[in-house]
Design a protein around this ligand. Sequence first.
Ligand code: SAM
Ligand code: CA
Length: 244
Amino acid sequence: MVTTGDSQPTKHQEVGHKSLLQSDALYQYILETSVYPREPQPMKELREVTAKHPWNLMTTSADEGQFLNLLLKLINAKNTMEIGVYTGYSLLSTALALPEDGKILALDINRENYEIGLPIIEKAGVAHKIDFREGPALPLLDQMVEDVKFHGSFDFIFVDADKDNYLNYHKRLIDLVKIGGVIGYDNTLWNGSLVAPPDAPLRKYVRYYRDFVLELNKALAVDPRVEICQLPVGDGITLCRRIS
Ligand code: SAM
Ligand code: CA
């Protein structure tokens, strides 16, 4: 175990720490060298506003925002969905990546937090790409699955909401994403808790959702309908490319 001189665990080992790298210094190096200097001004502004919010632990990190933005451009995404918006950092990184006529269906049970980021999204000139719907995602997905016009209609779907529903989302999203399209499941390394010993001191919510994330990872690993790659970016993101 890596400790400081006085045998205190380093920050790197704190539950909730976003980086899975060897050290905080290395993560900071990435942020300062490759991420912050290129972070679009509206994303910086939204990151700073979100940092003052009491639930700021939920936000997407700047390196993951950069990753999503580049990924969407690489796959030429035009029609996307996001489940779990919070103040909108990943949403803004998506909106900035899409072409002018691109669309994002953005779902969250909480509009209030979205409205914190909305003025910045509007100022960035990308609000017209976003169709925000307040409410639980699952019933809306069920409605969409009922309607064949939505089948295979999404190029990219980012899932960053209630982890106990990820497998329920997957059952529906697999019909809604196009063949060759990508679903990204966020937080699939779940604060590193997946490999913590049974008696490890975990925060209550981390312990609660851990089994659901373990189940998700197991299910995705054997799902023949997708190719996958689990990346240690942020708190872990598993990309699933639909192949059948
Ligand atoms: N992607 C966001 C970002 O970049 O800041 C972070 C999303 S945060 C981790 C999770 C969000 O999921 C919260 O805003 C919460 O309100 C939302 N959420 C929780 N349960 C939900 C549900 N059943 N349907 C839709 N959204 C839900
Ligand atoms: Ca997340």
